[in-house]
Design a protein around this ligand. Structure first.
Ligand code: HEM
Ligand code: NAG
Ligand code: NAG
Ligand code: NAG
Ligand code: NAG
Ligand code: NAG
Length: 501
């Protein structure tokens, strides 16, 4: 990786680590000393026992004992690649972020695709939204666009996230997936209806990672060079076309080829068949926010494209496979809190909760110095007053450890200050439960009636009926009530397919 090479070059120049005048070609311990024999441990006689003094054995075994880091609490199974982003349209009237400054400008990117609910060894083709996260290595720091492949989210308040995820994971007693937990939570929180319809449509079983769109879902704020802002949603559409698996095929692949999507991506890139996506923004001014009939900061809602048209920004191309999965994909840390000058958070409650959750879990999953891992390193030097902690690798030498100081000549960037203009907020501090106070069904109804054709409706009903049938009778009735609020037609089709209610 280029960042790794740069880091090593810098350290070598600074005299921090010795440079090797010649490469060796023998096997070593972790501390670099040549191993005497690799295929046997040190024993007293032919039949053992082993000796404590076999430091080569202990070096090998003790490292092995610590090979696993915690898997991601969500999005544990995934694959990824590297590539570049190329600006194709000028959006500087909305956003002053350096990566958008010029048509034709290229920025290195890393992408990680994932399923959400399953463990790290689970099958790629299980019904689920997919994660689709992009890290842009810009000249003003790393910007992470952490999206999913369906355009809406199942809740609009982040405090419900841990509970909702628990219903997608395993039952505490049986360690089995449990349809009652899932349908209990879904029917008690009707704001989940919109996402549930997407996930049980064909969009819930995409054909690998290359044939899906990506959506930032959470609403952000873009600031332009004169300090004016708009609110924004990000969408990146596949140039390969949307493709999905039938339910039967997806279920078959769960058994026969659980790594189907990871393999497909790797092979496509290896054969020079580089997948690409076109990045768009939708924008809303403060006036449009004030006049909107729905809350633009509600992650269960789409911004209708007839009123908020897609504005092209550029093209994302993946042309480089990882050379070391653990170092480049497992250890990559994506977070919506990683923004660059010109991109800011909006009041979106889900986003505000996410700003805390990702770096928090990454400090736990990878350790507090996870930003020093090469794949997470920015292109430019880091200058701050954070020091030490486990595994600190680039500890900024002898530069001052406090601010303000009279020693270094660093100051904040005027550009970053100008692109962070003050804004006002007001309101009564309160726990506002929006489960039933906002419209939960108009957009799901539009999805069912207008966005799906009849063939897609048939698949949706089929997929939903199978899943609801696995729940107990009272929950089946609640699910029918829920979908009856979307459409009487959907309810009656489901009713005829669910036998035990
Ligand atoms: C309250 C809402 C949410 C919370 C608390 C939350 C929390 C998390 C956490 C803790 C991780 C693991 C990160 C890691 O270990 O590195 C994660 C991963 C992820 N989340 Fe969320 N999430 C939320 C909503 C969303 C939404 C709305 C999206 C899509 C727009 C999303 C997309 C992703 C993706 C793509 C990943 C995987 C990133 C990767 O590939 O490393 N999440 N989320
Ligand atoms: C980047 O986009 C510009 C503008 O559309 C185009 O002229 C150029 O060929 C593109 N470059 C690459 C490497 O895709
Ligand atoms: C920033 O946006 C405002 C409001 O739309 C506009 O008047 C101004 O010209 C924009 N600035 C730049 C540098 O594009
Ligand atoms: C740092 O920048 C701020 C704002 O541009 C300025 O007011 C301040 O004097 C600068 N401080 C130093 C030590 O240069
Ligand atoms: C939906 O409509 C039914 C009436 O058929 C009602 O009883 C129910 O509470 C509504 N809401 C939900 C979330 O199911
Ligand atoms: C919505 C959609 O594109 N559905 C397609 C999913 O894949 C099956 C099998 O290829 C098609 O028949 C559907 O049209």
């Amino acid at each position: 990786m280029f960042t790794m090479l740069k880091l090593i070059a810098v350290l070598v120049l600074a005299g921090a680590i010795p440079s090797y005048s010649q490469q060796n070609n023998y096997i070593t311990t972790g501390f670099g000393s040549p191993v005497s024999y690799k295929d046997a441990s040190l024993t007293v006689g032919r039949r053992g026992p082993l000796l404590m003094e076999d430091t080569e054995f202990i070096d090998e075994m003790a490292h092995f004992d610590r090979e696993r880091i915690p898997e991601r609490v969500v999005h544990a199974k995934g694959g990824g690649a590297f590539g570049y982003f190329n600006v194709t349209n000028d959006i500087t009237r909305y956003c002053a972020a350096a990566l958008f400054s010029q048509v034709g400008k290229r920025t290195k990117i890393a992408v990680r695709f994932s399923t959400i609910g399953g463990e790290r060894g689970s099958a790629d083709t299980r019904r689920d939204p997919r994660g689709f996260a992009i890290k842009f290595y810009t000249e003003e720091g790393n910007w992470d666009l952490v999206g999913n492949t369906v355009p809406v989210f199942f809740i609009r308040d982040p405090i419900l996230f841990p509970s909702f995820i628990h219903t997608q994971k395993r039952h505490p007693a049986t360690f089995l997936h449990n349809a009652d937990m899932q349908w209990d939570a879904i029917t008690l929180r009707p704001e989940s209806t919109h996402m549930v319809l997407y996930v049980f449509s064909d969009r819930g079983t995409p054909d690998g990672f290359r044939y899906m769109h990506g959506y930032g879902i959470s609403t952000f704020k873009l600031v332009n060079a004169t300090g004016h802002h708009v609110f924004c949603k990000f969408t990146y559409m596949t140039n390969q076309g949307l493709r999905n698996l039938t339910r039967a095929r997806a279920q078959q692949l769960e058994g026969s080829d659980p790594d189907y999507a990871i393999r497909d991506l790797y092979q496509a890139i290896r054969s020079g068949n580089y997948p690409s996506w076109t990045l768009y923004i939708q924008v809303m001014t403060e006036e449009q926010v004030a006049q909107s009939s729905f809350n633009p900061f509600d992650d269960t809602k789409l911004w209708p494209e007839d009123r908020y048209p897609f504005i092209e920004v550029g093209r994302l191309t993946l042309n480089e496979n990882p050379t070391n999965y653990f170092q480049q994909i497992e250890q990559i840390a994506m977070s919506p809190s990683r923004m660059v000058p010109g991109i800011k958070p909006s009041p979106d409650k889900i986003l505000q909760g996410r700003l805390f959750a990702y770096p928090d879990t990454q400090r736990y999953r990878l350790g507090p110095n996870f930003l020093q891992i090469p794949v997470n390193c920015p292109l430019q030097d880091v200058h701050n007053y954070q020091r030490d902690g486990p595994m600190s690798y680039s500890n900024q030498g002898d530069s001052p450890v406090y601010h303000p100081n009279s020693v270094d000549s660093l100051n904040v960037s005027q550009r970053a200050t100008q692109l962070s203009p003050p804004y006002s907020v007001s309101g009564d501090v309160y726990k506002y439960d929006s489960g039933n106070t906002e419209d939960n069904f108009a957009q799901p109804r539009d999805f069912y009636e207008n966005r799906l054709d009849e063939a897609a409706r048939i698949n949706l009903v089929d997929n939903l009926a199978e899943a609801i049938s696995a729940a107990s009778a009272p929950l089946q009735r609640r699910a029918l009530n829920l979908f009856g609020n979307v459409s009487a037609d959907l309810r009656s089709r489901l009713q005829s397919r669910i036998t035990s209610q």
